[in-house]
Write a new protein. Structure first.
Lengths: 139, 139, 139, 139
């Protein structure tokens, strides 16, 4: 498994009139989580895109456990639990300032060749960097 | 079943640098779909909130079939397939200008008493209006 | 002068914890106002962009007179008070359900050649359509 | 003068199909700049709001000099050039990764008593903390 933790401060822009972060703003947090998880691995999404590989979202599941409130400093724990093939699945666990799990997102993206708009396999530049986190000791 | 169709024009504000509507903007469309579906039924969400009943989102699942593009006039078909209890489930089918299904969202909300912050049953003001759409002819 | 009126329903996504539309959401309303003003004139911004002319924003001034509230149906009166040259200035007057002026935005955009990224003059396709609204009767 | 520098990474959520940060997303950056400027001073906006003082925006002027691009790490230099009275004026200078000034925002907010919804003077809790930065040596 590979994981990376980012933080996010809830802004006035994010909060609705219940005083909660609007439910539609969580995907922005998942984006931050996965882009920073890739950056920590040495992969910049902007470089990948410039090399002609896009990563559109295929599916997303969100579970709202407790609300996030204005000005809270959230923790985004972005996890990759399986090696990507033609799809890559990021799980985002979001915790509040008291380290309580308040939200879980599970986002599946595909790799797309910009030129042909066809689904392709995970580029070697990502796969090679992930491999060490997924190798198993077999004795 | 109860359903209602709304329309949504994709704005520059919504589109990312792939030229697609950003994946995090779909929840805004589901919101429009369900609020207008309730309004068509004679229930204004703002009145419900003023009466002390909140409807926070509990769960959301999104399936991205094809991208929505700038300036497209989308159709949001919001469906209620079961009568609400303590939860209400809206399915949003989004179609593009060619009437092709491009996206499906499934959003579960709960009814919350603002004062106690406890989950309650669907208020009668909604239930009574929905009942006619769910009565079955048994002969 | 040329003007066009659009409407906009304030969404939960737009409102902050004061119960007011977040100050940063008004530019989305100006965008709707000016794109629909151009469409009513027979000019689709998406066609212009496809023909290689971009209209990035150069300057924006916003005056917040009264708050817009959740679920209000706002009126956006988008005005062009002068014929565009290399710049085009849209004034957006926003009124609430009681027809009270609550907000004024003034947005200046430039015309940009996508290929050279140089500022150019207003394309004839817009200018010709606007001319009738600005011709003066001199006897 | 009092100033404080924050940083902001441009996200996919922020960028439009020109590949530029959408013009309507800059107010979010000003918000981050001024809230962090106040926090660095020892004032948390959330505490102020809980004490019954709101700060709605009264006016905003934005100058777009150069575009901000996806994944750039921007610098937000938030300046207070005069001591607040019933209004407080924040100037946000935004620079890109090459330290080039790309954007200037000037946001005027008022202090509002939540209970009466009347404009009030800047609360002492802010004024006292700012005073040292504005005292002049007179010999």
């Amino acid at each position: 498994m590979y994981n990376h933790i980012s933080s996010y401060r809830v802004r006035y822009a994010d909060v609705d009139q219940m005083g909660y972060m609007y439910y539609g703003n969580y995907p922005r947090l998942y984006e931050i989580g996965r882009v920073e998880a890739l950056r920590a691995l040495g992969v910049r999404y902007r470089d990948m895109e410039e090399s002609g590989v896009w990563m559109p979202v295929y599916e997303n599941n969100s579970r709202y456990i407790r609300p996030a409130q204005y000005d809270e400093l959230l923790e985004i724990n972005c996890k990759l639990e399986t090696l990507p093939g033609t799809r890559i699945i990021f799980t985002s666990e979001i915790r509040n300032e008291e380290h309580v799990l308040i939200h879980v997102g599970r986002t599946t993206l595909v790799f797309l060749d910009e030129a042909t708009r066809k689904v392709i396999s995970c580029p070697p530049m990502i796969l090679e960097k992930l491999q060490p986190y997924f190798s198993c000791d077999t004795g």
